[in-house]
Design a protein around this ligand. Structure first.
Ligand code: CA
Length: 231
């Protein structure tokens, strides 16, 4: 496989350099951009396999960068956020970021997330290139998922989900009423084996609830989540 190309968008030079150094050591080809406009220009010139994107940037911010990149071509995005920037985070997930790290983070964690994200994308690509299965769908109450088309309808209306939200929804709806611990969701959807990212699950559930509407996902405090259904 040819070298994976990563675009690192961060205006703080020291952080940008240490991320680049670490990712290069992992065998990635890394390109740096210090502001919104140059990040978009670099991506348009030659799209990358993954983008590490800081939210606070000069020019226009990371959320706008994410929106523009996704409009150009679907790309996995690992967002870097300031502590407690919950609103940024939710908007980020809505504009197509797949995962996020809260500053300060360790380089080890960044590398782990990068690999996990690329594995998920590879898995999705494999599935997409496999011979077409017969139409598979999953319907509970008024929520209908087409697994082959990766589309979701709520009472007949299409709802647009990010890749992560979709995988999470499939996971929950495949086991109606069962309580799925956060750790299990992390490993099934994100491919992580540690439980350090429970907040990631919470944020994506929040985004999913907002998009689907209604009281469909039950929080089981201290454990995880369950899909609520009459059936
Ligand atoms: Ca910054």
């Amino acid at each position: 496989m040819s070298e994976r190309r990563v675009l690192v968008v961060e205006d703080e030079q020291t952080i940008a350099e240490s991320i680049a150094t670490r990712l290069r050591a992992e065998g990635f080809e890394v390109e740096l951009a210090g502001d919104g406009p140059s990040a978009v220009a670099a991506f348009v010139a030659r799209p990358h396999d993954l983008v590490v994107l800081d939210i606070m940037l000069p020019g226009f911010d990371g959320l706008e960068v994410c929106r523009r990149l996704q409009a150009e071509r679907a790309v996995p995005v690992l967002m870097l956020t300031a502590r407690d920037a919950e609103t940024d985070l939710l908007v980020g997930l809505a504009v197509g970021a797949d995962d996020y790290l809260t500053k300060p983070f360790s380089m080890r964690e960044l590398v782990a997330r990068t690999h996990a994200l690329l594995r998920r994308v590879d898995r999705a690509t494999e599935l997409a290139s496999a011979p077409p299965p017969e139409e598979k769908s999953l319907t509970l109450d008024d929520v209908e998922i087409s697994l082959t088309e990766r589309r979701v309808r709520v009472t007949g209306e299409e709802v647009h989900l990010t890749r992560t939200e979709f995988d999470l929804l499939v996971c929950l709806m495949s086991r109606p009423r069962a309580v799925l611990p956060r750790e299990r969701l992390l490993s099934a959807v994100w491919g992580w084996t540690d439980s350090a990212g429970s907040r990631t699950v919470d944020s994506h559930i929040k985004a999913l609830r907002r998009k689907l509407g209604g009281d469909r996902i039950r929080t089981v405090h201290g454990v995880g989540y369950a899909w609520e259904t009459a059936r």
